[in-house]
Design a protein around this ligand. Sequence first.
Ligand code: C2E
Ligand code: CA
Ligand code: CA
Ligand code: CA
Length: 279
Amino acid sequence: AKQEGRSTFRFFTPALRTHSSRTLRLRNDLRLALERGQLALVYQPQVRLADGKMLGVEALLRWQHPELGPISPAEFIPIAETCGLILPIGDWVLRQGLQQLQRWDAAGLGALTVAVNLSAVQFRDLRLAERIGQLLHESGLPAQRLEIELTESCAMINPQGSINTLEGLRQLQIPIAIDDFGTGYSSLSYLKRFKVGRLKIDQSFVRDLHLDPDDRAIVRAIIGLADHLGMRTVAEGVETAEQLAWLREHGCDEAQGYFFSRPLSPEAMQAWALARAPQ
Ligand code: C2E
Ligand code: CA
Ligand code: CA
Ligand code: CA
């Protein structure tokens, strides 16, 4: 209801009317983006802090619009969610990510995992586990090679429903991470019942780690909580050696961010991985 109120307001604000017509245009063009090959995945490495080993990648969606240029997923994913396109796009991301793993397997990169972001709309789909199970089956890859990233706020929209859906995914042995952790007011008792494998510490807490004692306290608390609940922690948005050193020292398990690499095309990611880990 809150969101409806906001978009109504938006409609009557001249400054935002352009935004609204842009939204209409993007919604229209997004229908063709998939079939015209304008969507692509880029990949960002996830690194284990104990030994610097690359464990996997997060797949991030990109849209190269022929006239408007690159459109951020933060802009077009919400549009895709309102017009039913997120389900075919979400399936495409999963299929594409798994196919990429197969290519990297063939290129000798070692058994990496691919983490895929899931929208709240996909997560609400009662056939989610079935869909993902089918895509995994097509790929021939074991479920453990995939990881689903679900934001904390998305998991908390309907916590009991989330517990059920997560249970369905767990039965398929698909690893789950809670994304943007610390920003979404989750109750700690639900966190325990979600039984996910990893918590991704939101980058807003990592950014000013060296400046802000409150952020350090929050990150310490998240790492402690995860340890007690048997979850691994992944710090997002790590950009500096100082952040990395602090996180390692305080028991964070893994990290991801520009310090290691920006999100890369499949070819560039492959070159990065091969250069880093001559095994
Ligand atoms: P996210 O899942 O939290 O992804 C992390 C975002 O932080 C990405 O932005 C990534 O490029 C960026 N990032 C990574 N390292 C750093 C760093 O060191 N510093 C800074 N400042 N940023 C960093 P991106 O790619 O623009 O994606 C934005 C959001 O769009 C994602 O946030 C995710 O919520 C959503 N998204 C992306 N791909 C998909 C997708 O395939 N499906 C769905 N449903 N959502 C997606
Ligand atoms: Ca994510
Ligand atoms: Ca995140
Ligand atoms: Ca730990």
